[in-house]
Write a protein that binds this ligand. Structure first.
Ligand code: HEC
Length: 129
């Protein structure tokens, strides 16, 4: 009797823990997102509004922006006609495998395999207004 109660309490705790891990919320990450951005994206994208000389469009304020819509940037036809709004989910899909998500895109990036890194970089981008 006593042991079985202990077991169910343990079960509840594990369930609560599993849910915390699954929740896709942005938590302070000690600069991990910024580091992923610097390593994986920074060579082509800036997060300041001044995008002079970068190969990719500025990602300042990209969350909530329509795909292919930054004025003055010369997008591929594929990106211009993609018609999505960049949110955590769509950005994550793009950077998993750009050529699969937007066939014909000019973004010459192989993809970010780690779901943790994708989540971290998306959280970082949410802060870049
Ligand atoms: C080697 C250069 C390069 C790298 C690395 C790169 N990108 Fe891109 N990215 C581009 C180019 C070029 C485009 C424009 C694509 C087009 O017009 O088809 C683009 C487009 C995008 C867009 C769409 C923006 C818009 O205005 O519609 C997002 C979002 C994006 N990149 C995010 C990322 C993230 C996040 C990373 C890092 C994980 C990354 N990119 C890595 C070159 C790159």
């Amino acid at each position: 009797m006593f042991t079985s109660q202990k077991f169910s309490l343990f079960g509840l705790l594990t369930l609560a823990l599993a849910q915390t891990v699954v929740a896709a919320e942005c938590t302070p990450d000690q600069g991990h997102g910024a580091q992923v951005f610097a390593n994986e994206c920074g060579v082509c994208h800036s997060v300041s509004k001044d995008m002079a000389g970068m190969m990719g469009p500025s990602l300042a304020g990209v969350v909530g922006r329509k795909s292919g819509s930054l004025e003055g940037f010369s997008y591929s036809q594929a990106m211009r006609s993609k018609d999505v709004t960049w949110q955590a989910e769509t950005i994550s899909q793009l950077i998993t495998q750009p050529q699969a998500y937007v066939p014909g895109t000019y973004m010459p990036y192989m993809g970010l395999a780690s779901a943790d890194d994708r989540q971290a970089v998306v959280c970082y981008l949410k802060e870049q207004r």
